[in-house]
Design a protein around this ligand. Structure first.
Ligand SMILES: [Fe+2]
Ligand SMILES: [Fe+2]
Length: 467
């Protein structure tokens, strides 16, 4: 087993040796034995990483180099090497080099010679060096074009990811505790809800991107976190205080907690539920409230959190459940969670509907239920926060390029002009383009969306672009 400390040295030494090798290749002819020696040193170090991690991904950011998501730290002896590799790759417009298991010394050398032989023109269909590797059938090495992202951006995205996945694990833990009649980790949940609030307020797009992660097997846990994200976005647009947002987030995280007490054969039944089964499913909001009350003193949980859980299926026109003798308006938290809940359910594959709706189709269909199922004003707020083409939509631009909606436009009059990450070919990352950019000469928009596409038909895995 290689320790973290050893990995740290292997990473630094690899960069050091690689810089030596490239420099030598530029000076000496290919038969020179120094090249052999440095090349073997690199391969040995690479082998140490490939053995445990199966891949070595060398990534260049504006101001740092990463190997397998770990930053290569500057040491006195490696400083020059890091700078050299960074400049060398940036000059060749390479952002990432991926070495995988099975790489041969010949492939490695061939790749480096292609790298040092200057003079290719960047084209739209991926990096020219990648095309050359494909032509030469070198499939253990891949390259991606350079994108100027700073280390802050990178670290921020990592942080967002951590909070997102921690929240999923927490919902899972709470649900399992409930199943085993153990007390809930409510304090922890509260803390996570607060971190999510900070993210929604500061870094909405990264979190929205992650909400495109739709895990079929872990549906309930993923779903709860996604519903929380969407609910918080509505709350933030409405100008809720941080405290109110944290409570809303908590209610959303636990809106379906009552389902832990419903047999999974019913929850996962692919066909139509019979009357009795349906009655059982309909009891989940009430059970949820009961469970939380049972394990917690009321002081810990605010009444509006409980009400939000209780009436998240009641609907705006009160046509949903639980059925109540005395009609009472659906609470604000309940109305918000309803919208978030239905949207996430529609855009996720389920046992009874394997093909989910695209984000844009879900919005269109939900629009028809405004005033009936959904509070029309809140729904408008939701669309305003999500955009007409929500984050994660696959779209075709008017120059025929395909892209994934990456961030919404904060200006409400430009809802149809989000930021799009263009993808060229199958899942190849490109650049982000802001569709509200105008042409200086004509004053018109440079590019526009002409339609939404089904990612499955184009073999695009949207979530991969956010992970
Ligand atoms: Fe529910
Ligand atoms: Fe739900």
């Amino acid at each position: 087993m290689v320790s973290d400390q050893e990995f740290y040295h292997i990473r630094s030494n690899f960069v050091l040796k690689l810089s030596l090798l490239i420099r030598t290749m530029k000076i000496f002819n290919p038969e020179n034995e120094t090249i052999d020696r440095h090349s073997q040193d690199c391969l040995d170090l690479m082998g140490g990483i490939l053995k445990t991690e199966k891949r070595l991904c060398l990534r260049v950011l504006t101001d740092a180099i990463f190997i397998n998501e770990e930053r290569v730290r500057m040491r006195k002896d490696s400083y020059q090497a890091i700078k050299f590799i960074m400049e060398e790759l940036k000059e060749k417009k390479i952002g990432e080099v991926l070495f995988t298991e099975g790489i041969s010394p010949e492939d490695f050398r061939e790749f480096l010679y292609l790298l040092v032989s200057n003079g290719w023109e960047m084209r739209d269909d991926g990096h020219p060096l990648m095309n050359q590797l494909v032509e030469k059938k070198i499939d253990s090495i891949a390259v991606k074009p350079f994108e100027p992202i700073s280390i802050d951006e990178k670290l921020r995205r990592e942080e967002v990811k951590k909070i997102y996945f921690r929240s999923i694990a927490m919902v899972k833990e709470v649900s399992q505790n409930l199943m085993e009649d153990k007390p809930l980790a409510f304090r922890k949940a509260k803390r996570l809800s607060q971190s999510m609030v900070d993210l929604v307020l500061n870094d909405k797009s990264a979190l929205l991107g992650l909400s495109t992660v739709k895990n079929y097997d872990e549906y309930t846990y993923n779903h709860s976190v996604n519903v929380s994200i969407y609910s918080l976005m509505i709350g933030a647009k409405l100008g809720f205080s941080k405290r109110a947002l944290a409570e809303l987030g908590l209610a959303a995280l636990f809106h379906d907690v009552g389902k832990t007490k419903i047999p999974s054969v019913i929850l996962k039944k692919p066909g139509k539920l019979d009357e009795l089964e349906w009655e059982i499913v309909k009891s989940h909001p009430t059970i949820g409230v009961e469970e939380i009350l049972e394990f917690h003193q009321l002081a810990e949980v605010k009444p509006r959190v409980l009400f939000g859980i209780f009436d998240h299926h009641l609907y705006f026109d009160l046509s949903g459940y639980p059925t109540m003798k005395r009609k009472k308006k659906q609470t604000l938290f309940g109305r918000i969670i309803t919208i978030a809940d239905v949207y996430d359910a529609m855009t996720t594959p389920r046992c009874y509907r394997k093909e989910p709706y695209s984000p844009a189709d879900a919005i269109k269909l939900m629009w028809k239920e405004c005033g009936a199922h959904f509070d029309p004003i809140l729904f408008k707020v939701f669309v305003n926060a999500m955009g007409i083409y929500p984050v994660g939509s696959l779209v075709q631009l008017d120059d025929d390029e395909l892209g994934i909606v990456y961030d919404t436009n904060p200006r409400s009059e430009l809802l149809d002009r989000p930021t799009v990450l263009t993808i060229t070919g199958e899942g190849t990352e490109g650049r982000t383009v802001n569709l509200s950019d105008r042409d200086e000469k004509t004053g018109g928009f440079k590019r526009s969306i002409i339609r939404c596409l089904d990612p499955k038909k184009y073999n695009v895995y949207v979530q991969e672009h956010f992970l």
